[in-house]
Design a protein around this ligand. Structure first.
Ligand SMILES: Cc1cc2nc3c(=O)[nH]c(=O)nc-3n(C[C@H](O)[C@H](O)[C@H](O)COP(=O)(O)OP(=O)(O)OC[C@H]3O[C@@H](n4cnc5c(N)ncnc54)[C@H](O)[C@@H]3O)c2cc1C
Length: 410
């Protein structure tokens, strides 16, 4: 059995390393428990440039001054810079910050947790027992250790992407394509998907076919076939394929209940944006305040207080209400047809920039979000409004009504 550490962090993804580093920076002793702690991350992590904090600006691999959105109703240019982080540099940076403090690494999987008031015990899959005063679970969307407000099956955003060597690819190197909903072929009975493109200079291109949230998940084979059709229509089918990305993001997981014997973080804590699938900016923004609340409470000596304080900072009551509204947004997207989705996003990106960017960033207050959704509703064609009303009367109605009607929240 190990000695007693302040904090055990489960996982070694972006959420785990961010929160673990934020805890060691505040002087806590941390045990990081993950099956392959130093396995290189694969995803191309992107976010809006205004979401990157000054201390991480040097991790930017590429910045596009503009983004574009294309639907059957036309195309729009968004004057909001978008950034791809250098995945390896991000991982190295967080490891550097973590190692500057007191950390112990355990290369195994947490198999069982036992909470005993002043400490928790983690049994790993090789039978070792680790002891910590507080467990932070950042082991991803499939964590079995978290109590949730609901157990509805998640929806999945899936994507199939390729990094191409494509000299003269024809895309503007200063503009990434956030969503292009115009399909290469219109005779496809499967649900709609969109193209996402990152021009990596004049000779490389990351190009990905992505589904919106679907339940059940859209098959990768369909996305792959659609991407091949797109490449053929762009004349890029013979380009060298440098890398392949397969993506499956669980969305709309139930929020963790406020009373837990641990602190969840990252995808495990349902922090993935229910409508867009983005997580990285939220994880980077929340790691410091959540770590501070846990470590400061531990200094006063009480593990239960530290856990309660971490959970309250992670999901304050107002943000829970806002997230339920977002989850309503997710439920509406899940069932839309291609035409409805085109209309929806065309109207969405016609909103004032602070409206759509606040919505995507998950930074709006409950009243701001309700105002954005009401304004959007007013601009949508009747068929899409009818879809929203039908959805509102089924799965999303209860949380939506609770969120909107609950007094005292801003
Ligand atoms: C291909 C892809 C591209 C994405 N692109 C973006 C993007 O551009 N922007 C964005 O904001 N989001 C993006 N996302 C969404 C999101 O940011 C990622 O899913 C992110 O990796 C989630 O981070 P996480 O640390 O919470 O979980 P994960 O990255 O899933 O990490 C979970 C960790 O827990 C470990 N683990 C699992 N079980 C156990 C256990 N029992 N005990 C201990 N450890 C365990 C795993 O080994 C892993 O280290 C993308 C996702 C994917 C899949």
């Amino acid at each position: 059995m190990s000695g007693l550490n302040d904090i055990a962090v489960l996982g070694s993804g972006p959420a785990a390393l961010s929160i673990a580093a934020a805890c060691t920076e505040r002087g806590a002793s941390v045990t990081l428990v993950a099956p392959e702690p130093e396995a290189p991350w694969q995803p191309n992590y992107c976010l809006w440039a205004d979401e990157v904090s000054p201390r991480m600006e040097h991790l930017t691999e590429r910045l596009w001054p503009q983004a574009s959105v294309v639907t059957a109703l036309g195309s729009r240019v968004l004057e909001r810079p978008y950034v791809k982080l250098d995945t390896q540099e991000l991982q190295r940076f967080l490891w550097g910050a973590l190692r500057a403090g007191s950390v112990r690494i355990t290369s195994s999987r947490a198999a069982a947790l036992d909470h005993r008031g002043t400490e928790s015990r983690i049994r790993t899959d090789d039978g070792t027992i680790l002891r910590a005063r507080v467990v932070i679970d950042a082991s991803g969307a499939r964590s079995p250790f978290i109590k949730r407000t609901h157990r509805r099956a998640p929806a999945f955003q899936t994507a199939f992407g390729l990094m191409l060597r494509a000299p003269g690819h024809g895309f503007d190197p200063n503009r990434m394509v956030l969503m292009d909903f115009c399909p290469a072929s219109r005779q496809d009975p499967d649900p709609p998907s969109f193209l996402y493109v990152l021009p990596m200079g004049d000779d490389r291109l990351f190009i990905e076919e992505t589904s919106l949230a679907r339940r059940p998940a859209m098959r990768l084979s369909v996305l792959r076939a659609r991407l091949e059709a797109r490449l053929a229509s762009l004349g890029l089918q013979h380009c060298e394929r440098i890398d392949e990305e397969h993506c499956s993001i669980a969305m709309g997981l139930g929020l963790p209940t406020p009373e837990q014997a641990l602190v969840p973080f990252g995808a495990a804590a349902a922090m993935v944006h229910p409508a867009s699938g983005y997580l990285v900016s939220r994880v980077l923004r929340k790691a410091d305040p959540v770590a501070a609340s846990i470590v400061e409470s531990l200094v006063s000596g009480d593990a239960s207080l530290a856990i309660a304080s971490g959970n309250a900072t992670l999901w304050p009551r107002q943000e829970r209400a806002v997230w339920e509204l977002y989850t309503f947004g997710l439920e509406t997207l899940v069932g839309m047809t291609a035409t409805e989705i085109g209309c929806f996003f065309d109207s969405f990106f016609r909103l004032p920039q602070n409206g759509w960017s606040g919505f995507l960033g998950g930074t709006l207050s409950r009243s701001e979000l309700a105002a954005v959704m009401t304004r959007l509703f007013g601009t949508l064609p009747a068929s899409v409004r009818w879809h929203l009303v039908r959805t509102g009367l089924s799965a999303g109605a209860a949380p939506l009504a609770r969120s909107v009607l609950q007094p005292g929240l801003t």
